[in-house]
Design a protein around this ligand. Structure first.
Ligand code: AQP
Length: 357
């Protein structure tokens, strides 16, 4: 009975898709280069690192791939979240994605918790994943350091991430450098699952941008820029006020040199030049030429202008979207329905293979 109901639900979703631009991509699936899935955790507002390393890559893929992008709100529970703030941030995050260029008509743009299959597949995968492998994850080691109490969710984070990817049987996962290890683990989990239950999944490959895959903290350029970093001076939030942006960039930590020259060993200035290069499309050599005879301070002022100009339209679009909550809610509902069409099909296959009624 549930099988029939599942079918009925899927048909309903496909009917919905027929009235939606997204269906055009689905109809032409033959011409697509494969399926992509990615997301970002609602542990703070998106940073320039999240944008450069991930979201900006996603927006380029919606034409060529069958694309699924999610607001990963379940992932944020690995850390303490104020429920009221989390609810509001989830809405804001969704609006930030669209403001940054993701078009909900060209991809399935959804909130993770609105697709319950993520949590269901997570449980199945939990039972094929060796704990030792999870304990070796760099992110787990970094995030559990100095914590008095480590919750099981922090350890299991990569399992839920694998469920996110495998539910859509994604071929590619566009991510920043820090997530590569988690994708490798997901590939192992595909082998464990297929060996035990039969061929259901294929191994996904990470897609990592050649430049900007690891934007560093402005306060400590040896550390990754992170949205949950308690030191707010280290991050550029895409919603930061222009005055705040200018102040943070002018204060960015660099070495004691003065000449604007790209050098990997000079982490602070290399980071600023990378951000400048990605946002303007200029090469390092061109930037060096632009700032010839000038000092680090000039680069920081120039970069502040570039960042402010880049984020101005994004912030305006975000404000506009947040002013119409009903419209956002309806986009979220449509996105979740489109995602569930594929997710429920995969889960049914998984349960069939695993003997789960
Ligand atoms: N600094 C960064 N440079 C380039 N890419 C980055 N990403 C994150 N930080 C940078 C990429 O953004 C995507 C979404 O990441 P996430 O939110 O799921 O988790 P994360 O990698 O742990 O990102 P944060 O900002 O550091 O979050 P918190 O503070 O919660 O840990 C991923 O593709 C990631 O690689």
């Amino acid at each position: 009975m549930s099988f029939t109901m599942g079918h009925r639900r899927t048909n309903m979703i496909l009917d919905f898709r027929a009235n939606h631009c997204y269906v055009d991509g689905m109809k032409n699936n033959q011409a697509k280069k494969g399926t992509v899935l990615s997301g970002s955790t609602t542990s703070g507002d998106l940073t320039l690192g999240n944008y450069i390393g991930a979201v900006s890559q996603w927006t380029k893929m919606t034409e060529d791939y069958d694309a699924y992008f999610m607001v990963a709100n379940l992932h944020s529970l690995t850390d303490h979240q104020d429920p009221k703030e989390l609810r509001e941030r989830t809405l804001s995050f969704y609006a930030q994605y669209i403001a940054l260029g993701l078009d909900p008509a060209k991809c399935a743009l959804f909130v993770q918790s609105m697709v319950p299959e993520h949590a269901e597949l997570n449980w199945v995968l939990t039972n094929i994943t060796p704990i030792g492998q999870l304990e070796r994850m760099t992110q787990f080691k970094d995030k559990s350091e100095n914590k008095k109490q480590i919750n099981a969710g922090l350890l299991m984070y990569p399992v839920l991430m694998a469920a996110d990817i495998l539910l859509y049987r994604a071929d590619f996962v566009p991510v920043g450098q820090d997530q590569k290890q988690h994708i490798e683990l997901c590939r192992d989990m595909v082998k464990y699952f297929n060996n035990r239950f039969g061929d259901v999944f294929k191994e996904p490959a990470p897609l990592i941008a050649p430049k900007g895959a690891k934007i560093m903290s402005l306060a400590d350029p040896t550390k990754k820029m992170s949205k949950s970093d308690p030191d707010k001076n280290g991050m550029i939030s895409i919603l930061d006020d222009p005055k705040v942006l200018e102040k943070k960039l002018k204060r960015a930590v660099t070495d004691s040199g003065t000449v604007v020259k790209y050098d990997e060993n000079s982490a602070g200035i290399a980071n600023l030049m990378t951000i400048y290069s990605v946002l303007t499309g200029k090469s390092y050599a061109e930037i060096e030429k632009d700032f010839e005879g000038k000092m680090y301070g000039h680069l920081k002022v120039g970069l502040a202008e570039v960042v402010i100009e880049t984020l101005k339209p994004v912030q305006a679009k975000h404000r506009e979207l947040m002013a119409n909550r009903d419209h956002l809610a309806s986009l979220m509902k449509q996105g979740a329905e489109a995602a569930r069409a594929k997710a429920s099909e995969t889960l049914r296959l998984v349960y069939d293979h695993a003997g789960i009624l």
